[in-house]
Write a protein that binds this ligand. Structure first.
Ligand SMILES: [Zn+2]
Length: 456
């Protein structure tokens, strides 16, 4: 049995333009065997199925290379690391993975999660136990006492349930790579940004160049890709020189970083959605606002986009990713905002943004030669949209315009299930973000209750 899909406009991921009135034909395994005009297509027999999306824009399923399945819409780093057991996080991660698929994202990379959560979700979906997106999985970030994800004081260390695996020398790093590969990760995540700054403000990388080289070489030797978290110039440069496959952020990159990226072929995922959501959505009472992070992020975002545009102009390949999994970037909500920001803030055309999130992203993904483009020999992973993202890239964020999502030729649907967010994350013990001194209370005009009673 074959399925014939009528498409109004077809964007294959291979070209910038759409094709009108073409069809997709896929077989029982969900593999495309024909993409083209209806005449010239395989002959239809009575048992074949027809799907009519002749009023829709049909394109490959979207890919987000930066979605953390274990974070659970976290409100704090402690939320991510401490408060819930890994087993709960895995169940929660499966639920949220399904929300991501329902938003049209048929494949994601989950780059750095505690335990073996992402790879367990990947395997459960792959085995057919649950419907969900294709998942490319990493384990915990490799970090040092100078790296992010080693958040807590040395007397606490990086707990077993943390997203960071603390390695204190190169032998431990190699051992961790081999352990994770044995357990089945698709990629190794490096926390390459440090926590110290030079007098001029530059972030000092968490690993040395030599350590980055050795870890990357060992991961590649074992057939795994490497992803780095690199905001700082030095962390970006070390990653690019080492041949890290995908660099996150890169906001402080310079000409030297660009040259190294072009030389080794690193992809760059700037991840604009997280900082942009932080800037646009953070309310004044939030700790992030109280700590001045909004202004700080705004400044960094502006400088970052200016640097990133240079990398784009030089030909560095960009992949869309969102850092979904935080309270500011909940699952299934803002993935396609990244494409809008690629257009608005980095100067991508809508077509280039769409190709970045399909064909280009697939080149990075494990098993990527089977997805990302609608052509024979690849899976029928596609979405049907009411309206053209080429005319308005923002249409991909409008859930009411997403008509259908198919993964390997099977329609993916998720009933909209309400859930209690307070039982999902935010198990922190903190109760206040303000400090109620007498002066502060007077400033707030909040009279002590005793005096209120007396006044009555
Ligand atoms: Zn991230």
């Amino acid at each position: 049995m074959r399925t014939f899909v009528r498409c109004g406009q077809l964007f294959t991921g291979r070209e910038d333009d759409t094709r009108a009135d073409e069809i997709l034909v896929f077989d029982e395994r969900g593999m495309l065997d024909y993409v083209g005009p209806e005449k010239g297509s395989p002959r239809r027999v009575r048992s074949d199925k027809i799907l009519d999306y002749s009023g829709c824009f049909v394109m490959p399923g979207l890919i987000d290379v930066h979605t953390h399945l274990a974070y659970g819409n976290a409100k704090s780093e402690e939320d991510i690391d401490l408060y819930s057991p890994l087993e709960f996080r895995a169940l929660r991660g499966m639920f949220f993975a399904q929300k991501v698929a329902a938003a049209g994202y048929t494949a994601i990379c989950s780059p750095g999660d505690a335990g073996q959560i992402s790879l367990s979700i990947r395997d459960a979906i792959r085995a057919g136990l649950f419907d969900g997106p294709r998942v490319m999985a990493a384990g915990p970030y490799l970090t040092t006492h100078q790296g992010l994800t080693d958040w807590y004081p040395t007397w606490i260390g990086a707990p077993e349930t943390s997203i960071g695996k603390l390695v204190t020398n190169i032998n431990e790093a190699i051992e961790e790579v081999r352990r994770q590969v044995k357990n089945g990760v698709d990629c190794i995540k490096l926390a390459l940004d440090g926590i110290q700054r030079r007098p001029d403000g530059e972030l000092i990388a968490a690993f040395t160049q030599e350590e980055t080289d050795i870890i990357t070489r060992e991961s590649h030797r074992l057939g795994r890709k490497v992803i780095s978290h690199s905001v700082g110039r030095e962390a970006t440069l070390y990653a690019a020189r080492a041949g890290v496959d995908l660099i996150f952020h890169g906001f402080d990159l310079d000409e030297e970083c660009i040259a190294a990226m072009l030389e080794t072929g690193s992809f760059l995922c700037p991840t604009l959605t997280h900082p942009k959501n932080l800037i646009d959505f953070t309310q004044p009472h939030e700790p992030a606002a109280q700590k001045g992070r909004v202004e700080q992020t705004e400044r960094r975002y502006r400088l970052g986009c200016a640097n990133l545009k240079k990398a784009k102009a030089a030909g560095v390949p960009f992949l869309p990713g969102t850092d979904t999994g935080f309270a500011i970037t909940p699952y299934g909500e803002w993935h396609a905002r990244e494409l809008e920001l690629f257009v608005a803030d980095l100067g991508f055309t809508p077509a280039a943004a769409l190709r970045a999130t399909t064909e280009a992203a697939a080149r990075f993904m494990t098993g990527g030669d089977g997805i990302g483009v609608l052509e024979p020999g690849r899976f029928a992973d596609f979405i049907a949209v009411d309206g053209s993202p080429l005319a308005d890239i923002g249409v991909l964020q409008d859930k009411s315009r997403l008509r259908a999502v198919y993964i390997a030729g099977r329609e993916y649907r998720m009933a909209d299930r309400p859930y209690d967010p307070r039982q999902v994350t935010d198990f922190a013990l903190s109760n206040w973000t303000d400090l109620y001194t007498q002066a502060r209370v007077a400033e707030l005009g909040a009279l002590p209750r005793r005096r209120l009673e007396a006044a009555e």
